[in-house]
Write a protein that binds this ligand. Structure first.
Ligand code: FAD
Ligand code: SF4
Ligand code: SF4
Length: 465
């Protein structure tokens, strides 16, 4: 008999008053008993609607059945078959709009906590088994992978397992992409990402860091050096700004820069040599997950007031409900229906305030959301000493502009053939945010997997096999 409890087994969490002053993980994970209890809520539906909601089609009922039996290794093997980054996706996937959105238990009550169970299984495996993969026999064919986010890590791993000699070229000094420079430690501990990078090293993948492709080395040079195919997984890291007065003042950051200083360069540690402003009152402009991460980091860095300034209402906010809830618990102040018009500086060129206007919602726009309209005569000054712009990102044009034959759409996303993931240049493949624009970890991972299979086919036919 399934467990007919209407709600998920609650996730143990750090107390908000404690965690808003530290960078340790907020959600603490299920115990084995909690996982077995939650797994008992799954009805083992024959038509498996939840699987269709997962971008990489994890065989959800199958792994949950194994959890319910206490066969955690068996559960891991089922997940790993289609998802190699389960400890990451179990933490950061927007499950509520993917697998869990389709769960029939969600019709009357809460869906099965698929993400939490996936995280439990992956963490159990890391703690109890954590086997390093064996290095396969090589086929002598060199392949280059640009970037080291989830798309590239997955592509590199799959190609290495097939015997290719893979080299990853990463611009930063550490591998992991947004998983290390963007998503904060308190949502995704960096040791987990490093564990995945270590597995690639065990498979024989070479990692060259501090290599900015398009500056230090380029794709033509890769082919000249004997690489027979290239995968571009360079993400979408170019931040957007509003174009308002005052954006060049000291104390204005893009969310990407602010988060990189904190997460990758560890500005929160006393021995870090990365300069970062001691902020007293911060305004975060935007309403997505990146804005939530920036706000929660600012709070942890000691800001007394952290305002999220968003031009629509809470209902239209694109951030995950869970992130908004966590942010509120930690004391982040939300200024809905407010739009910045100008950043004001002091006589030293530092931010002293942000001018905003009040908004109200009008008719729906092309995105279907009600368009915010300015309320006349509503301008006011918000006293802040830092402004963190979190308005979205697009792919950096560097690789595209230095690689003949690569074409992109008007948003700067690389064009690929949907079946082969090959770009407009032969032998050059791409996937992840570089192709889709800013999206999700699991979509990037799925793209890396698909590209690796297509690259294998391309290389095998090139070598007449
Ligand atoms: P990235 O992860 O962006 O990796 C690209 C890599 O390429 C980077 O390491 C970059 O340094 C490198 N690179 C770029 N240019 C070059 C070059 N010229 N030469 C060499 N290397 C280069 N998604 C979720 O699913 N859940 C979340 O909770 C979530 N939170 C997020 C929070 C933040 C702050 C951000 C910014 C994004 C978040 N996302 C989240 C989105 C998700 O992280 C991305 O969709 C995903 O990481 C894209 O993967 P990728 O491999 O395509 O690129
Ligand atoms: Fe759900 Fe993401 Fe896991 Fe798929 S990978 S089952 S969407 S948590
Ligand atoms: Fe289990 Fe929900 Fe999937 Fe049905 S839809 S198999 S209850 S997880």
């Amino acid at each position: 008999m399934p467990n007919m409890r209407m709600t998920k087994v609650p996730m143990p969490e750090q107390d908000p008053n404690v965690r808003s002053h530290n960078f340790q993980e907020v959600a603490l994970g299920y115990t084995a008993e909690m996982a077995v209890e939650e797994a008992g809520r799954c009805l083992q539906c024959r038509n498996r609607p939840c699987v269709a909601g997962c971008p990489v089609n994890v065989r959800i009922p199958e792994f949950i059945a194994k959890v319910a039996e206490g066969d955690f290794l068996g559960a891991y093997e089922v997940i790993f078959d289609t998802n190699t980054l389960a400890s990451v996706s179990g933490r950061v996937c927007p499950q509520e709009s993917q697998c869990e959105a389709r769960c029939v238990r969600g019709i009357k009550g809460e869906p099965v906590a698929i993400g939490r169970l996936e995280r439990f299984v992956a963490d159990w495996y890391r703690e109890h088994v954590n086997a390093m993969p064996e290095r396969p026999a090589g086929n002598g064919i060199k392949v280059a992978v640009v970037g080291s986010g989830p798309a590239s890590l997955t592509c590199a791993g799959d190609l290495a397992k097939l015997g290719y000699q893979v080299t990853i070229f990463e611009a930063f000094h550490t591998a992991g992409g947004v998983l290390v420079y963007g998503i904060p430690e308190f949502r995704l501990p960096k040791a987990i990402v490093q564990g995945e990078v270590d597995k690639l090293a065990a498979l024989g993948v070479d990692l060259e860091t501090d290599m900015v492709i398009g500056k230090t080395y380029d794709i033509d040079e890769m082919f000249a050096d004997g690489y027979e195919a290239v995968f571009i997984g360079s993400g979408a890291g170019l931040p957007m700004f509003m174009g308002i007065e005052g954006e060049t003042l000291a104390g204005v950051y893009s969310a990407n820069e602010y988060l990189t200083r904190i997460n990758l360069m560890k500005a929160y540690l006393p021995d870090s040599d990365t300069p970062i402003k001691q902020i007293r009152r911060a305004a975060i402009v935007g309403g997505g997950n990146v804005a939530m991460d920036a706000a929660r980091c600012a709070k942890r860095m000691g800001a007394e007031h952290v305002y999220v300034v968003y031009r629509r209402s809470e209902a239209e906010m694109p951030a995950r409900r869970e992130e908004i809830h966590h942010a509120k618990e930690e004391g982040i102040e939300f200024l809905f229906l407010n739009n910045p018009t100008k950043i004001l500086g002091d006589d030293q060129g530092r931010v002293r305030a942000m001018e905003c206007v009040k908004m109200e919602l009008g008719e729906p726009d092309e995105s279907g959301r009600r368009r915010p309209v300015e309320v006349p005569g509503s301008a006011f000054e918000l006293e802040v000493d830092a402004v963190i712009m979190s308005l979205g990102t697009s792919p950096n044009p560097l690789i595209r502009s230095t690689t003949p034959g690569l074409e992109a759409n008007r948003k700067g996303c690389l064009q690929v053939d949907e079946d082969t993931m090959q770009t407009t240049r032969e032998g050059v493949f791409a996937g992840g945010d570089a192709v889709t624009g800013a999206a999700t970890v699991i979509l990037a991972m799925g793209a890396g997997k698909k590209a690796a299979a297509a690259m294998d086919q391309y290389l095998q036919s090139k070598h007449g096999k």
